[in-house]
Each structure stands twice: as structure tokens, then as C-alpha cells.
Design a protein around this ligand. Structure first.
Ligand SMILES: NC(=O)c1ccc[n+]([C@@H]2O[C@H](COP(=O)([O-])OP(=O)(O)OC[C@H]3O[C@@H](n4cnc5c(N)ncnc54)[C@H](OP(=O)(O)O)[C@@H]3O)[C@@H](O)[C@H]2O)c1
Length: 263
């Protein structure tokens, strides 16, 4: 018998935030399709989750920055629609941008932007058949933070945020849920994975992947479209949004600012 909850796909499930999403979604009763490059990590997690929660867990060892690997997952999502996609796999290519190099920046764009975009569209096409589903895109608070040493990273996360918000507008009249999650610093292997010290922020700046994912899932359950688990003052968000809309209203007003008209 197939699982009535359906299948949840988690990219970047071999560690950190993705592994925690896998745990929580298995606990909610979803069968899982877990994707990353490290086969051993995926196999270990799959064995633990299927034993602990009694769900089916499949693993796919793919490099999502590679076009043919990405196409395999896309084709799978088209052929076998899923209930949930957590677009979580991401890299930082952190460091002085010129020194990190064009290849590392391009690899980041392939993963953080191209794979996330193509997989979002494949999942949404599948949701179309049942009329419902949940797409969760993991951005970052750096979507709002241009950062020296994280040029492509912060750029990619700004893309994820605007892409996801635009999709929310397009699917506003449907039962499909689309959420952007903006983590602050999280204790994972993220920094070590790119050869950086684990503590690039002060210790007090970090929260755990458990805390992040539990808050993000609580936000999803409440119907939030954008969840920023460490934003403690909702009024600050209302301010940002109010100013953003005022800005857009003014800059589409059809007139050039006085200061550019003085000769
Ligand atoms: N940690 C933070 O402070 C923080 C803050 C804001 C946002 N985020 C975002 O959260 C997401 C998860 O990061 P994390 O903190 O959990 O870091 P992590 O522990 O390093 O996890 C990254 C995951 O992405 C996978 N991955 C990396 N390159 C891949 C590729 N080419 N193809 C397929 N999978 C790939 C990794 O698995 P394999 O190496 O096995 O492929 C791993 O499972 C990322 O999108 C990151 O930008 C993290």
C-alpha cells in the first residue's frame, strides 16, 4: 500500500539542516527521497529513519551542480510527483571572491540557483496533478546582507528569496504551499565543508539545526510564506515590508528625482 502522506524529497540530506528535515518529515509519516553526494551518510541516515519511524526511505547519490545528475532528479519528480520538496542543498564558496575563483562561483550558482529553480519547477508541475503540495526553499538572512567574502552566496540567497516570493504570487490562488526559510548562523558542517573555521560568527550567534528546522516547520504549519526563525521582533519585518512597498511605489512613479535634474 502506498503511503497516504506521500513522499518528501530533501536535497542536501546528508548533513545539517537537510538531515534534520529528513528526521522531522519521517516523524510526520512521509516516505523520503534523500539526495546528496555522500552515499555513506545517506545510507546511514536512511537506515536509522526507516527503523525509527517505519517509513520508506530511498536515497539518490547525485551531484546537483552537475547538469546530468540534476536532470535525473528532475525527471524523477516529473514521473513520480511528490508531496513535499525541501530545496536545501547549498554551498558558500566563501572567501575573497577573486581568490575563490570563477569556477567555484559558477558551481555555487549551478547548485544554489539553477538546481533550486529547476527542481522547484519540476515539483510544482507534479503538485499540479493533485492540486496540492509543499515547496520549501532554504535561503539565508544573507538574502538581505551583501557580504564581502560571500558575494555569490549572498547574491544566490537574494535570488532564492525573490524567486520564491514571486512563485508565491503566481500560486496565490492554489492550495500549493510555498515557503522561503531564512536561517541565520546554524551549527552545521557548512563552514567546515569549505575549509573555514567552524566559528566565523561569535558562539552566541548560532542556533542548532534542530531549533531551525522545528521553527521552520512550525512556520509552514501556520501558513507562513517567509520564515525567519531568529527574527524575534515581528514589528521589524512589518517595517521592512512597509518600506519595501513604499520604495516600489515611489520608483515606479514615472518621474526622475530632482537631484539628477540639476546641471
Ligand atoms: N549553516 C548556516 O549557518 C546556514 C545559514 C543560512 C543558510 N544556510 C543554508 O542551509 C542549507 C544547508 O546547509 P547546512 O548548514 O545544513 O550545511 P551542510 O551541513 O554543509 O549541508 C549542505 C548539504 O548540501 C549537500 N550538497 C553540497 N553540495 C552538493 C551538491 N553539489 N549536490 C548535492 N548535494 C550537495 C551536502 O551533501 P554532500 O556533501 O554529501 O553532497 C549537505 O548535505 C544551504 O542551502 C545553506 O546555504 C545555512
Amino acid at each position: 500500500m502506498s503511503n497516504p502522506q506521500g513522499v518528501a524529497v530533501v536535497t542536501g540530506a546528508s548533513s545539517g539542516i537537510g538531515a534534520t528535515y529528513a528526521d522531522r518529515l519521517a516523524a510526520q509519516g512521509y516516505d523520503l527521497l534523500l539526495v546528496a553526494r555522500r552515499a555513506d551518510r545517506l545510507a546511514e541516515l536512511a537506515a536509522r529513519l526507516s527503523a525509527q519511524y517505519g517509513v520508506q526511505v530511498e536515497t539518490l547519490v547525485l551531484d546537483l551542480a552537475n547538469a546530468s545528475d540534476l536532470a535525473r532528479l528532475e525527471a524523477r519528480l516529473h514521473a513520480e510527483p511528490v508531496a513535499v520538496l525541501i530545496n536545501n542543498a547549498g554551498v558558500g564558496a566563501l572567501g575573497p571572491t577573486a581568490a575563490t575563483g570563477a569556477d567555484a562561483q559558477e558551481a555555487l550558482i549551478r547548485l544554489n540557483i539553477v538546481a533550486l529553480t529547476r527542481l522547484s519547477l519540476a515539483a510544482l508541475a507534479g503538485f499540479g496533478t493533485s492540486g496540492e503540495g509543499a515547496l520549501v526553499n532554504i535561503a539565508s538572512v544573507l538574502a538581505y546582507g551583501p557580504s564581502a567574502g560571500g558575494a555569490s552566496y549572498s547574491g544566490s540567497k537574494a535570488y532564492v528569496l525573490n524567486f520564491t516570493r514571486s512563485l508565491q504570487q503566481e500560486y496565490a490562488d492554489s492550495r500549493i504551499r510555498i515557503q522561503a526559510v531564512l536561517p541565520g548562523p546554524i551549527r552545521t558542517e557548512f563552514f567546515k565543508a569549505q575549509g573555514l573555521p567552524d566559528s566565523i560568527f561569535p558562539d552566541t550567534a548560532y542556533i542548532s539545526a534542530d531549533a531551525l528546522v522545528d521553527a521552520a516547520l512550525a512556520g509552514l504549519a501556520k501558513g507562513e510564506q517567509i520564515t525567519v526563525p531568529t527574527l524575534v521582533s515581528p514589528a521589524l519585518w512589518d517595517d521592512i515590508e512597509g518600506k519595501r512597498l513604499a520604495f516600489l511605489g515611489e520608483v515606479t512613479g514615472g518621474r526622475v528625482a530632482e537631484r539628477y535634474l540639476q546641471t
